[in-house]
Design a protein around this ligand. Sequence first.
Ligand SMILES: [Zn+2]
Length: 58
Amino acid sequence: MTKKFACGDVVDGCEWSVTAKDENELFQKISEHAKNVHEMTDIPDEIVHKVKSKIQEI
Ligand SMILES: [Zn+2]
């Protein structure tokens, strides 16, 4: 099952989205994006929970 996450579900106005084959890979890509684009070097637990609740299976 492919996992999909749209950043706009958590960060207003961001149009980036990502797919990956599992949650680990997805989180790796999300943390890179968060670091490069949103300048979040550490993703707070609160955001991790939000992100997890928005992950879709496609
Ligand atoms: Zn974003």
